[in-house]
Design a protein around this ligand. Structure first.
Ligand SMILES: [Zn+2]
Length: 278
């Protein structure tokens, strides 16, 4: 949609890249930018670079290219979280799509049914098998996160359930979260994950918002919910394979080790604090 503001994902490569179009080289999980952290332009990379369409940024086509290593181009190379922590939102989403599309193209080159080389479908982020016609779109994984609260003691604020994971950033206090299974609604996934991870049941499930997340897999969509503990006296029981700790915290005394400011986990925590009566 030409002229649309912000970042609009797309796969239109019918017009060749222009020298001033935004350009995002990707090496593994790292994205190259200029030394000052701003986006490169198509003209900054060598002629003959193989570009992959990402969509439009403020109406201008944006492009990614896979490079074998970060030595290929001077400038700064950062993972998606480094970009997301520093650049404003439309650029974080664009950088996330660059990593997702490049990763997907690298990991979906052969037909899973007959082993032939897949061919790009023009205008789509998808491929098709020329031999058996298998259609291979880039799929998203959905994951749910839930901010669970319960009433605090008389005269005290509500309490928020926070957990620590056995893997990943283990020092952070995070929310109960997990991937949605095939055959499951988002709401069912929340109830299952809450049951599996901390042994609780929840009521009053409400949709909060969502965030594309580029850290794991070709593409993940995080979907945030708020909920109330069904039994306000129930204590979490940790499933020790995924979690090491789970605890209720009064909303006026949350730990310092919270998820980063650019994450929907943190937006959920901050919203719970803001919504709490003082
Ligand atoms: Zn095939």
């Amino acid at each position: 949609m030409p002229g649309a503001g912000g970042f609009v994902p797309g796969a239109d490569a019918s017009t060749p890249p222009a020298p001033a179009d935004p350009a995002l080289p990707v090496a593994g999980r790292r994205i190259g930018t200029r030394e000052d952290g701003t986006l490169l332009r198509v003209a900054d990379l060598p002629a003959g670079t193989a570009w992959v369409p990402l969509g439009t940024l403020d109406g201008r086509p944006a492009w990614a290219t896979e490079v074998p290593s970060t030595d290929q181009h001077a400038g700064r190379w950062r993972g998606w979280t480094g970009i997301a922590a520093e650049l404003p939102e439309p650029l974080a989403a664009l950088a996330g799509r660059a990593v997702a599309v490049v990763t997907w193209r690298r990991t979906h080159r052969w037909c899973g049914a007959c082993r032939a080389a897949l061919a790009d479908v023009p205008g789509e982020t998808s491929r098709r098998c020329p031999d058996c016609d298998l259609y291979v779109p880039m799929r998203l994984s959905a994951a749910v996160l839930t901010a669970i609260t319960r009433p605090g003691p008389p005269g005290r604020p509500d309490e928020l359930l926070l957990v620590r994971h056995a893997y990943g950033p283990t020092h952070l206090w995070a929310l109960v979260a997990g991937f949605v299974e095939a055959g499951e609604s988002l709401e069912s996934a929340v109830r299952r994950e809450v049951g599996e991870e901390v042994g609780l049941t929840v009521d009053g499930l409400r949709y909060f918002g969502s965030q594309p997340w580029a850290l794991s897999g070709p593409g993940t969509l995080l979907v945030g919910f708020t909920a109330r503990a069904t039994d306000p006296r129930a204590e979490p029981v940790v499933d020790s394979t995924e979690l090491t700790e789970a605890r209720w915290f009064p909303l006026d005394a949350l730990p310092a080790e919270l998820p980063p400011a650019y994450s929907i986990s943190r937006w959920l925590v901050d919203a719970a604090v803001t919504a709490a009566p003082t």
